[in-house]
Write a protein that binds this ligand. Structure first.
Ligand SMILES: [Zn+2]
Length: 214
């Protein structure tokens, strides 16, 4: 018996599950101590001992015993020596720890570069177009680019990682996104309105306004 675990389960699971009042809580603990903790399946415990232990009237003891029996936490059996009691442990009552609810993903803390874990989400945000030159990309063939390069202290947040084509990722290197966009605009790879649009996108990205949908 792992009593440490059982006692935690009683506090954390059984008591809230059955909404024990203070008397039920006291009685359950007392009966557990008198039986299972001492290696006894059953024990006959005089009502007077219970009342004394809980510092209450026999009326209160009887009432609490009945409540615990009705909840199924204890079992009473009439024997020749008196009423014998068995206390059930949380696991025997089928009370299991609730599955941990997964904490919701915190967008601000996600590493969007590592292992390309979120490449699909980034490509979707970029509308299947290279963040810089707007050529068609897919989650399979795109590359993840640091808008502010790692050399310049850029991090891996969604405000700094974009999906780009291989060419742009290779050519941009450590230049700023604005300078790089200007260079491909001059080469005729972007129209003037596309160039303006990309500059606005960089601004929006840095301001956290281009949130990928997870
Ligand atoms: Zn590109």
């Amino acid at each position: 018996m792992n009593w440490e675990k059982i006692l935690i389960e009683i506090e954390d699971l059984l008591i809230p599950h059955y909404q024990f009042d203070i008397w039920e809580r006291g009685l359950y603990g007392y009966l557990l101590n008198q039986t299972r903790l001492r290696g006894l399946e059953y024990s006959t415990i005089p009502l007077s001992s219970i009342s004394q232990a809980l510092n209450c009237s026999d009326f209160q003891s009887r009432k609490t015993i009945r409540q615990l029996a009705e909840k199924g936490c204890i079992e009473l059996e009439q024997t020749r020596k008196g009423q014998s009691v068995k206390v059930f442990l949380p696991s025997e009552l089928g009370i299991q720890p609730q599955k941990q609810v997964e904490a919701p993903l915190n967008l601000e803390e996600i590493d969007f570069f590592k292992n390309r874990d979120y490449v699909a989400e980034l490509v979707a945000r970029e509308k299947e177009q290279c963040f810089y030159c707007l050529s068609e990309i897919s989650a399979e063939n795109c590359e993840l680019d640091h808008v502010i390069s790692q050399l310049n202290g850029g991090n891996n947040s969604y405000k700094n990682i974009v999906a780009a084509c291989h060419k742009c990722n290779t050519r941009k290197q450590a230049s700023t996104a604005e300078d790089f966009l200007r260079s491909i605009y001059r080469k005729g790879m972007l129209s003037e309105s596309e160039f303006e649009g990309r500059l606005s996108a960089v601004e929006a990205l840095k301001n956290g306004n281009l949130k990928p949908v997870l």
